[in-house]
Design a protein around this ligand. Structure first.
Ligand SMILES: [Zn+2]
Ligand SMILES: [Zn+2]
Length: 803
């Protein structure tokens, strides 16, 4: 990376000045520019406090060698609570030093009680490896930290069980290895003082619900050895972390959220690329669904990266796919070389699969200023530690405010002022956010959603628990009370468990086969045919959509094409290929209502939460040109229908109310369909889910509701808590949906408002104006609704757990 261009010695312009320059370059000029909002986050001085009295001198000295003279206030506060025996969750920003907060009480205890042990859980092996390096690097006597995961050689496992006092692992290993083999861990469990759950916000949805039970199983095993370990959890900033941590652990947890680490000021701009006029070609071909699009977020981000680098500003662009990151880097390099030959060499793309040394080289080049611009997929996931940046471009909303702040938090070296820009993509949620800064700033990030009472999770987990030790009535309280009682009865009826005077016993010879990352059905393995390499797995629920024959499958930003989907072996064979089209599955869905859990009677409008049976068949797929979106062809598929029993939220509107609101009868299907799409697009605003977690169905007349209806359902058997969350926040959710549609500048609907990239009907019919009218009727009725939700307390007829 030798630079032909001279290295800028002086720092680049201040954020406000840089933003002014970027705006003035834009086609719409500085006044009516693409910037919809600028948020100023003031700098914050750090508040440090003395070490707690109980922190051993040896530990203080070890931290001091690492550069920590005294702890920040939030670290000390969380550590104090944990040391006093209180379960605690620390939910603060990136780089606020969360690990010190749990290392301090845990290591202090290990140093003062030579028998105590600590279990540390991370969601990934890489994170556990980083933590192991950090703890081992402190060089404390007698702690003997060791990681215990699928890669640990058999020969070392026995030693670790007997001698390590700080074991680092992940929930999968705890579930598959440690808990079933608890007899071999009895010494460790008998002395277990702390359980550390790092990055606990990643345990959400079905996976989170499983982990919640794995932690209960751990608590039960410790309890059998008369230990009640203290849980210390670390989380990204999240809404109501105490409640989320309580749901995850089943324990009362206190939260520490006031971040006392210092940081420089941040200027945060929201940027909406302009709408482009419809292309002559699209008009000619009557490709109405592609009539109006915005300038692509990729192109916009490439221009911003170019201008920032030209101004000498060290800039990182976060792009969702590897291909996108490469496109952004290539475009920026080309423009820079046109301006100043050689300058393009100072921009790079960063992708997965780099070796450790290559990553360190890149970090160094950015730190030294040799490299000025980098386009990357989520660098945190890739294990690269990027410091020394002045500006961050976020190409497309990353899905949660938590990750938005995590990415923005990369900007700002040694307390300097920094700039972050969110560039909106063609997507209803992005559109809504750039016009509603209040949804991003000055409000807590979203709560983590999980549902330990999901019978599809609870049943299998109770089997695992029973296989570890017979279940007692007291255990059922631990696993969820009434829900667990019902689940155990169903398991006895199905023959999975047997009731004896001493408890419920697992009746089979082998152990139950339960995968933490799915509900029922084996995950589908994605295998590269030529090498036999396992690229990853896909939920069985979404496999027909994502890995049907002919599908373009993206993995860590690299592109593959599926040759064959073998449903019997749960395996998709793929080959590496980067075609210039994307694929979009088309499906046919029908839905019937099984039961209603709760409802709101709002006159002409009804809002419901309940259980539904969804029948779905993926019947064909479209190939669309990347960039233009032009439909190349539609190809048929031969896949079986599938049944899903799940939880849905739905609303009904009387035909009279729709007519009174000016929705023509012929427009009703399009109006409901458009409202459904946008409502699904906006659901991540209130629940931490993504589009594969959610399905929808709208109809002008439904057999069960006998009214025009929009259903939104959890895409996982038994539900994952998303529909429930949508029901609980329906007014806010549907208000945001309505505003996103109404405020989109397009004529008749676009991907930024009512079109959906995963629509099974090819986005037809859609009525943008009708959707706004429908939602206005719903919101007005909900506002005037005299009653609160009515809890049905229905007996769930067919809520039997499935093995
Ligand atoms: Zn639009
Ligand atoms: Zn649709």
């Amino acid at each position: 990376m030798t630079s032909a261009a001279t290295v800028t010695a002086a720092p680049g312009p201040e954020p406000a000045e840089l933003l002014r320059r970027l705006r003035s370059r834009s086609s719409r000029g500085p006044d009516d520019g693409p910037v919809t909002h600028v948020e100023r986050v003031p700098p914050r001085p750090g508040t440090s406090v003395p070490w707690p009295q109980w922190a051993p001198e040896q530990l203080r000295a070890a931290f001091a060698r690492r550069g920590v003279v005294t702890p920040w206030q939030h670290q000390a506060e969380a550590a104090e609570l944990a040391y006093a025996g209180q379960h605690v969750v620390l939910a603060t920003g990136t780089a606020s030093g969360k690990s010190l907060a749990y290392q301090l009480p845990a290591l202090a205890t290990l140093l003062t009680d030579p028998r105590a042990t600590v279990l540390y859980l991370a969601p990934t092996k890489a994170l556990a490896a980083d933590q192991l390096r950090a703890v081992a690097g402190l060089g404390l006597d007698g702690v003997r930290p060791a990681s215990y995961d699928g890669d640990t050689p058999r020969a070392e496992r026995e030693w670790i069980r007997q001698h390590s006092r700080f074991v680092l692992t992940n929930p999968d290993m705890l579930h598959h290895g440690i808990l079933p083999g608890h007899a071999g861990w009895s010494t460790f469990l008998r002395r277990l003082a702390y359980v550390i759950v790092d990055e606990c916000h990643t345990y959400r949805g079905v996976f989170g619900s499983h982990v919640a039970h794995v932690l209960r199983r751990l608590r039960r095993q410790a309890e059998r050895h008369r230990r009640t370990p203290v849980f210390v959890l670390a989380s990204a900033t999240s809404g109501d972390p105490a409640a989320a941590a309580s749901r995850l652990t089943g324990l009362p947890v206190e939260a520490v959220v006031a971040d006392a680490s210092p940081r420089g000021g941040l200027t945060f701009a929201l940027w909406e690329p302009p709408l482009l006029p419809p292309s002559a070609e699209a008009v000619e071909n009557d490709a109405t669904e592609l009539m109006q699009v915005r300038r692509s977020a990729l192109r916009e981000s490439a221009d911003l990266l170019t201008d920032a680098v030209a101004a000498g500003v060290r800039t990182l662009a976060f792009v969702r796919s590897r291909r996108g990151a490469e496109v952004v880097a290539t475009m920026a390099r080309r423009s820079l070389d046109e301006a100043v030959p050689g300058l393009g060499a100072r921009v790079a793309a960063y992708r997965a699969g780099y070796l450790r040394e290559e990553r360190r080289g890149l970090e160094q080049a950015l730190l030294s200023g040799e490299l000025l611009g980098l386009a990357s997929t989520n660098a945190l996931e890739l294990g690269v530690d990027l410091a020394g940046l002045d500006a961050v471009l976020i190409c497309g909303y990353p899905g949660t405010r938590a990750s938005l702040w995590q990415q923005a938090g990369r900007a700002g070296r040694s307390g300097r002022e920094a700039l972050a820009i969110l560039v909106a993509r063609d997507d209803p949620l992005d559109t809504y956010l750039v016009h509603h800064p209040e949804a991003l700033f000055g409000r807590p990030v979203e709560s983590t959603v999980l549902d330990p009472t999901n019978p599809y999770v609870l049943g299998p987990q109770l089997c695992c628990a029973a296989a570890e030790a017979p279940l007692t009535p007291a255990d059922l309280e631990l696993f969820g009370g009434p829900a667990a009682v019902a689940a155990v009865e169903a398991l006895v009826a199905s023959g999975a468990l047997r009731r004896r005077p001493t408890g419920w016993y697992w009746t089979h010879a082998g152990r139950p086969e339960v995968d933490l990352r799915g509900t029922g059905g084996a995950p589908v393995s994605v295998v590269e045919s030529s090498t036999g390499r396992l690229l990853g797995t896909v939920d069985p629920e979404s496999s027909h959509f994502q890995v049907h024959p002919g599908a373009v499958y993206l993995h860590q930003g690299a592109s593959y094409v599926v040759d064959d989907l073998d449903l019997d072996d749960a395996c998709a064979l793929v080959h590496a290929e980067e075609p210039d089209w994307s694929t979009h599955a088309r499906d046919v869905t029908s839905l019937s209502v099984a039961s209603v859990r709760s409802y709101v009677d709002a006159g002409p409008v009804g809002l419901f939460l309940g259980e539904v049976d969804v029948t779905n068949q993926v019947v064909s797929y479209q190939r669309r040109r990347i960039g233009s979106g032009e439909v190349l062809d539609t190809r048929p598929l031969d896949l079986p229908t599938r049944e899903l029993h799940t939880v849905a939220v739905w609303f009904t509107v009387s035909p009279q109310a729709l007519a009174a609101a000016g929705v023509e009868v012929a427009d009703v299907p399009g109006a409901l369909h458009a409202a459904e799409h946008a409502a699904i697009g906006l659901l991540p605003l209130v629940a931490t889910c993504d589009r594969w977690d959610i399905g929808g169905l709208s109809t002008a007349a439904h057999a069960d509701t006998e009214a025009p209806t929009v259903f939104v359902y959890d895409g996982h058997p038994g539900g994952a808590g998303f529909a429930e969350r949508a029901y609980g926040t329906a007014a806010a959710w549907l208000r945001a949906t309505r505003d996103a549609i109404a405020e989109c500048g397009c004529e008749a609907g676009c991907p930024s408002c009512v079109q959906s990239p995963k629509c099974g009907n090819g986005n037809n019919p859609l009525s943008k104006s009708g959707a706004v009218k429908v939602l206005d009727v719903v919101l007005a009725a909900l506002r005037d609704a005299p009653t609160l939700p009515v809890d049905q307390g229905l007996v769930h007829l067919d809520r039997s757990p499935v093995m």
